[in-house]
Ligand binder design. Structure first.
Ligand SMILES: [Zn+2]
Length: 261
């Protein structure tokens, strides 16, 4: 090998590594650029729980109790299972009429449905929001307690838990905007490890107990809505009224709209 050829080989050997490094850097930055929209999409999903590209978001409405499980029963009100189903169907009609959502119900009639089956349905359908509709009651036959409660579970995975709390806040604000009273409570638990429900904001409550399996077993943003008190005759009378239920649906819809934005 003469000197010029040897020099050329030496140059190739010396120049090859920097060239390879430059190429790797170029590929790396191209990948980073292309993954940026992906990261944005991921963040958007965290906020709303539903990528816009999926079209109209799905809302899964769960009418609490049913069939052999009547829920709360008070002398001035129909059984809770019937009240819940009526509200759930009204909400379904209201949301569908806006043209902005797809809606599914966990039950459409007076059937017994287990907690696990409800949570499983949500895991399978992956809705943008899961709303379990209930009505509240104290231990008394009648009381003057009032106010809606939006309950999230601390037992969900952290990311989902934050979304569920955000959903609860938006729903509470939506109901407040329609003039519904919100049930407030203590902001600090007296016994932090054992508290059942802790008020985070007016109307927004969080539970850390293992109860409320419909929320605990849910992998989607999930809130249990206590619409009103079945032992409060004035509230019961108001909630028999289509106008009040309409305003309730409107408040929920405003809440969903803000949550999904
Ligand atoms: Zn209930």
């Amino acid at each position: 090998m003469d000197l010029t050829r040897r020099l050329a080989t030496w140059r190739r050997v010396v120049l090859l590594p920097p060239l390879l490094i430059a190429l790797a850097l170029l590929i790396g930055s191209a990948q980073a650029l292309s993954s940026r929209p992906l990261a944005r999409a991921k963040n958007a999903e965290l906020r709303s729980g539903y990528p816009a590209s999926f079209g109209r978001p799905l809302i899964l409405i769960d009418a609490g109790h049913g069939g052999r499980q009547p829920g709360a029963a008070r002398p001035h009100s129909p059984p809770e299972k019937d009240v819940n189903l009526r509200v759930a169907k009204a909400l379904e009609a209201h949301l569908e009429a806006t043209g902005r959502y797809r809606v599914e119900l966990t039950r459409r009639s007076d059937v017994t449905l287990g907690i696990r089956a409800r949570a499983k349905r949500s895991r399978r359908l992956r809705p943008a929001a899961f709303l379990s509709i209930h009505a509240n009651a104290t231990q008394a036959e009648t009381s003057d307690r009032r106010g809606s409660m939006l309950i999230a579970s601390r037992r969900q995975r952290p990311r989902v838990r934050r979304s569920s709390e955000a959903l609860a806040r938006w729903l509470a604000r939506g109901l407040d905007g329609q003039g519904f009273p919100l049930r407030d409570g203590p902001r600090k638990p007296e016994k932090p490890r054992s508290f059942d429900y802790l008020a985070k904001a007016p109307g927004v409550w969080v539970t850390q107990r293992r109860r409320l399996g419909v929320l605990r077993g849910n992998t989607r943003p999930a809130v249990l809505v206590e619409t009103h008190y079945l032992d409060n005759p004035a509230d019961v009378a108001a909630f028999q009224n289509d106008d009040a239920i309409g305003r309730f649906c409107q408040g929920i819809e405003v809440g969903l709209l803000n949550f999904l934005r």
